[in-house]
Design a protein. Structure first.
Length: 199
């Protein structure tokens, strides 16, 4: 009886190990949508303050470890505005939106999946106004990109993204000076992956 129990335990362990290995090697469904939010931290510019962001990113896995997608994101921050060396921090900013083609490479096919990624596309830069003299800067579209890294665990996702966007310079007029706004920011994001589970 004792030998039977030992043999049964060995078979049970072997079956369990085989099943877990099959689960780790099992393919993922190719289509998913990442929905995330988090903190947006402006890069450069005295007087800049962090805000928040929200993003939706549908993706398709063209290979088991490579996904291509389209990131649509809105980020709201307070931008420091510089004019002739002076810095203005009492500025308000509207949401800046972006539309980027992206790619992520995953280092494993386990439940825990570290990744690195990059992307490029169009940023709609925020319009900013100064409270003290009612000066407005025009919005505009700029080409930019991201580099990012993070990990996914099952249907959860964490990532850090560096958004490289050119600065906005408003033209000098007869009534106001030229203003410079830095648009680059870091996004720290938490989200969920809808779909994309194992087959």
């Amino acid at each position: 009886m004792k030998k039977f129990l030992i043999i049964s335990a060995i078979f049970a362990m072997a079956f369990s190990t085989k099943t877990n290995a099959q689960d780790e090697d099992a393919a993922f469904k190719p289509f998913k949508v990442d929905v995330s939010g988090g903190y947006a931290l402006p890069i450069g510019g005295s007087g800049s303050k962090g805000g928040f962001l929200f993003a939706i990113e549908p993706k398709y896995a063209v290979m088991p470890q490579l996904s291509l997608g389209l990131r649509v994101e809105a980020a709201i921050t307070i931008s420091g505005i510089q004019s002739n060396g002076d810095v203005y921090s009492n500025a308000s900013a509207k949401a800046a939106s972006s539309y980027l083609a992206t790619g992520d490479y995953y280092f494993s096919n386990n439940d825990f999946r570290p990744f690195i990624g990059a992307g490029a596309g169009i940023y709609q830069t925020a319009g900013v106004s100064l409270a003290d003299d009612n000066t407005n800067t025009a919005t505009g579209s700029k080409f930019g990109g991201i580099i990012r890294g993070g990990f996914e665990y099952k249907h959860g996702r964490f990532g850090v993204e560096y958004n490289l966007v050119g600065k906005t310079v408003s033209p000098k007029t007869t009534t106001s000076e030229s203003y410079e706004i830095k648009n680059a920011y870091i996004g720290i994001k938490f989200g969920v992956c809808i779909g994309g589970g194992r087959l």
